[in-house]
Design a protein around this ligand. Structure first.
Ligand SMILES: Nc1nc2c(ncn2[C@@H]2O[C@H](COP(=O)(O)OP(=O)(O)OP(=O)(O)O)[C@@H](O)[C@H]2O)c(=O)[nH]1
Ligand SMILES: [Mg+2]
Length: 281
């Protein structure tokens, strides 16, 4: 439908609505976008659909273009806290980020603050090896904040540039989650003199509107500075990231497009918008 010069009729608006809903924009965001476009269309007396599509693309692109889109690593060592629910892709994403930062000649350390399962630390250790990152872990069941303390001390001693902290993904009660994240932030602040440089939420792009409730939950529990949406190599069109930006107003920093170490991309709003109209592969 994208570029065809067709009349701007109800059929077009319905089709656009369908595209957005099936791309996971969610009903509220879809209605907001289409409602706004229809008003502009009647004010500006648009006759053809390509005018609406062009405006849609540029509006969404502008909406998704937020300041601080890249990683903001100011402190030394810089600390990046990675949070998100079970299976969203935190550990894998940390592995990819380590690789990405190593390519920029940064010394990286992974800290396994997911002490809930022993296998979690082992999985992170494998990614540390692959990405040539340093690695610190605690005993199973240890206090995650104590592991973070050890990690930051080791990072200082070894002249590490960036510390990436992997956290447990189990869904707790909101109060537990808040308390644990607060404690982690407190330790980081005490040991580095600053809050984490980044607190990144990792969400699975295939979970649809569920991702929105996760984003809200974590944003209430801690101050998020960015989001990474994973698994966009699937058929998911990732419209959920528009709804996330709509809800949180924090930038999408990266997207995950596969399980491999190279399969992480900086988020590019223009590419994202174009892909929405690409024919299904
Ligand atoms: N296709 C695809 N799979 C991904 C991507 N990112 C992660 N995965 C897969 O998703 C699964 C879960 O990833 P993990 O990194 O273990 O997720 P996690 O958030 O650390 O999970 P927990 O530690 O259990 O909370 C693994 O099978 C990953 O290979 C991605 O971008 N694309
Ligand atoms: Mg994990």
């Amino acid at each position: 439908m994208a570029e065809a010069k067709r009349p701007l009729d109800d059929e077009f608006w319905n089709e656009l609505e369908e595209i957005l809903i099936s791309a996971d924009f969610g009903v509220p965001t879809t209605e907001k976008i289409i409602g706004g476009l229809r008003i502009v269309a009647s004010q500006e007396l648009w006759r053809r659909s390509d005018e609406a599509v062009a405006r849609f693309k540029s509006d969404v692109e502008r909406f998704l273009t937020l300041p601080n889109a890249g990683l903001q690593l100011r402190s030394r060592p810089a600390v990046v806290l990675v949070v998100g629910v079970n299976g969203s892709g935190k550990t894998t994403t940390i592995g990819k980020l380590g690789h990405h930062l190593a390519a920029q000649k940064k010394r990286v350390m992974f800290v396994a603050a997911d002490t809930f399962r022993a296998a979690a630390a082992e999985q992170l250790a494998i990614w540390a090896e692959r990405s040539r990152s340093e690695f610190v872990r605690g005993l199973e069941g240890a206090d995650p904040s104590a592991v973070i303390y050890d990690g930051i001390s080791a990072a200082k001693a070894r002249g590490v540039d960036v510390v990436l902290i992997d956290t447990a993904g189990r869904l707790q009660t909101k109060t537990n989650l808040m308390e644990e994240l607060k404690k982690m932030r407190r330790i980081i602040e005490r040991e580095t003199g600053a809050p984490p440089d980044e607190t990144l939420l990792v969400v699975d792009g295939t979970t649809g509107q569920n991702a929105i409730s996760q984003a809200k939950l974590f944003n209430e529990a801690t101050a998020l500075t960015g989001v990474i949406v994973t698994k966009l190599d699937s058929t998911a069109k990732g419209g959920v990231l528009v709804a996330i930006v709509d809800t949180l107003t924090v930038p999408i920093k990266f997207i995950g497009i596969g399980e491999g170490i190279e399969e992480l991309r900086p988020f590019e709003p223009a590419n994202f918008v174009d892909a929405l109209f690409a024919p299904a592969a």
